[in-house]
Structure formats: structure tokens, C-alpha cells
Design a protein around this ligand. Structure first.
Ligand code: Q9C
Ligand code: ZN
Length: 342
């Protein structure tokens, strides 16, 4: 299988992440993509190609222009105001507050455009996020050229980012950008299958009121897991999008025995939709030893997951999302890709 990769992901290399009341070394760090890449090379999983440059236009098909401008200038504004510390928001417009005004200062804008304080912006954030989106777009382009399956080794990840919101280590929604590009290249229906441990709130929000993209997600139940406020079973779409969002939230401690059946149900939902192409948001944070998650999938289970998805028999773009167990992230992703290819 083709892999698309850019070393520019290294520009997102923050000093701190706010987790459980502590500033800790970021879980979402450059070693993740480095480990995945070296496993792909070691296991001979196929050619690794750099991204092409599709520019901003396909990004603006999914994201708000003001949001993109904010991401482009956030670091220089923060640097001028506060110096070389990772930029983190501190408060949000929640219940009782107004959402209709974009603040003028960088502190206010960070708050307006984010939904958590675990996603630091640094000097290289825009460059890394832009490269990550181009990696997804290039994978999409290979699919349009006739490849059956392509792996876009995206970093930073994307599925928590919505039209004008960043968070959950995500800035630009790579999977959504690729899905929209597939439609713009002629596909009539695209299914996004999100198997990251966390619900893909950003992707769901982007396509919630549309029927040309089916969003299906299998994830830890939001009653106990991040992002807490989206990903429940009763979210099924709105307007003409009614019925084109499907969530399969699962309990803490879910192992393969408990995962396999909802996985098959989710795949049947996708089969029923008969998409022209499938975009997989691949998170391997469902792994038993993931440091921030609590499912119990084992490394060989990712092989079975890849095989199950391959049985859809559709052109498939795999977009990298989460997964934080550095010692196993390469093997887990490699097993998944091998499963897809067989
Ligand atoms: N104590 C992705 O997997 N923080 N994002 C969790 C853990 C945020 C995960 C808190 C997790 C975001 C792409
Ligand atoms: Zn995740």
C-alpha cells in the first residue's frame, strides 16, 4: 500500500500539554509519526511518497476562512503578547455567555476558536497542520487516480477539529478535507469510518446536516470519555443529513470480544449506504496499553480490524488520527494496514 508522509509534522513539537491538572510532556508528539514510518519501512509495507501541494482552496471547502487566518497568525500574535511559551486558551464562552462576537486579542481568539486547553499552538503549528492536510489530500488524489487503498500518515491528527474550532490535538480536519475533495473530484457518496478511541466530534459536526457524507464512529462512550459532549447514540444527523450520522459508543474496558460485533454493525451501516469511497479515521488509541485511553484491543486485533474494513471492498483512504503508546504504535498501525491489504 502507498503511504504519504511529510517530515513537516516535526514542526508540531510542543513543550507542554495540560492533562489532569498537570503540565506534562505532550502525548501527541513527533515520535508517533517517526515510529509509524520506521515500521512501514522495516515491514516493507510499500512505497512512501511525499505530499503534493494542493494549497488552501480544498481546506477552505471545510474550514471557516477566519479560523484558518487565526491559525496562520496565532503564534506570532501570541509571541508578541506573551513570549516563547506554548499558546493555550484559558476560558470559554459556555452557558450564559455570548458566542456571536470574535474577540480582538489573541487570548480571546484562542478561547473563541478552541474547545480545550490540551492543544498547544507553537511556532510550527500552522506549517505542520498544513502539511498534514496536504498528506491527506495527496492520499485522496492517489485514490482518484485509481489506487485501491492509500495510507495518509497525517500528524497532527484532525478528527476533533470542526469548521471553526480546534482541540483534541487537532487543528485542520484532514479526513473531512479529504472526503470533501473526493466529492469535488466526482464521488457522489463518501463514508467516513472513525475508529479512533475518541469520538470524532469535529468530523461529525462538519457533515451533520448533509447526506453526501455518511459519518460512522465507534468509540468510548462520551459519558466517561473525551470529548464528553458529543458522540451519543441519539445523534443521527439533522435536516437532509438525518440518518447519515451513526454513533457506536462503547463501555470502558472494551476488548476485541466486545468490539467485534458493533464493528460489524458499523460496517453494515456503511455497506447499506453504498459509498463510492471510504475514508477511515484510524486511531490506535483503542490499544490496551494506550496511556490516555481505556479499551483493551491487542496488537493482532488491529490486523482483524483492517481485514474487516477491507471486506467493504471500496476504495479506501486511511487517515492517521490518535494512538499514544509509542512502543506499539508502529506495530499496531502496520498490522492494520496489512489487514487492509490482504
Ligand atoms: N487524560 C486524539 O486522539 N485529552 N485526540 C484526554 C486524558 C485529550 C485525543 C485527557 C485527548 C485528545 C486525536
Ligand atoms: Zn483519539
Amino acid at each position: 500500500m502507498l503511504t504519504i508522509y511529510s517530515p513537516d509534522h516535526r514542526h508540531q513539537d510542543a513543550h507542554v500539554e495540560l492533562t489532569d491538572g498537570q503540565l506534562v510532556a505532550p502525548y501527541e508528539n513527533p515520535k508517533r509519526a517517526d515510529r509509524i514510518l520506521s515500521q512501514i519501512q522495516q515491514a516493507d509495507l510499500g512505497m512512501v511518497l511525499p505530499p503534493k501541494d494542493f494549497g488552501l482552496a480544498p481546506i477552505l471547502r471545510v474550514h471557516d476562512r477566519g479560523f484558518v487566518s487565526f491559525l496562520q497568525s496565532a503564534w506570532s500574535e501570541w509571541l508578541a503578547a506573551h513570549g516563547e511559551f506554548d499558546a493555550l486558551p484559558l476560558n470559554w464562552a459556555t452557558r450564559t455567555m455570548r458566542h456571536d462576537r470574535i474577540p480582538e486579542t489573541i487570548e480571546g481568539k484562542l478561547s473563541y476558536y478552541s474547545f480545550d486547553a490540551g492543544t498547544p499552538i507553537i511556532a510550527g503549528t500552522w506549517q505542520a497542520a498544513m502539511a498534514s492536510a496536504q498528506v491527506a489530500l495527496t492520499g485522496q488524489d492517489w485514490l482518484v487516480q485509481g489506487e485501491r487503498s492509500v495510507f495518509s500518515l497525517c500528524r497532527p491528527p484532525g478528527h476533533h477539529a470542526a469548521r471553526d474550532l480546534y482541540g483534541g490535538y487537532c487543528f485542520l480536519n484532514n479526513a473531512a478535507i479529504a472526503a470533501q475533495a473526493l466529492l469535488d473530484a466526482g464521488a457522489e457518496r463518501v463514508a467516513i469510518f472513525d475508529v479512533d478511541y475518541h469520538h470524532g466530534n469535529g468530523t461529525q459536526a462538519i457533515f451533520y446536516d448533509r447526506s453526501d457524507v455518511l459519518f460512522v464512529s465507534i468509540h468510548a462512550h462520551p459519558s466517561h470519555s473525551y470529548p464528553y459532549f458529543l458522540g451519543f447514540e441519539d445523534e443521527t444527523g439533522a435536516g437532509v443529513g438525518e440518518g447519515f450520522t451513526r454513533n457506536y459508543p462503547l463501555p470502558l474496558g472494551t476488548d476485541w470480544k466486545a468490539y467485534a460485533e458493533p464493528l460489524e454493525q458499523a460496517l453494515n451501516t456503511i455497506r447499506h449506504y453504498a459509498p463510492d469511497a471510504v475514508v477511515v479515521s484510524l486511531g490506535v488509541d483503542t490499544y490496551e496499553a494506550d496511556p490516555i485511553s481505556s479499551f483493551r484491543l491487542q496488537s493482532h486485533d488491529f490486523h482483524a480490524m483492517g481485514q474487516a474494513i477491507a471486506r467493504l471492498n471500496k476504495p479506501t483512504l486511511i487517515v492517521m488520527e490518535g494512538g499514544y503508546a509509542l512502543e506499539a504504535i508502529g506495530v499496531n498501525v502496520g498490522n492494520f494496514l496489512q489487514g487492509v491489504e490482504e
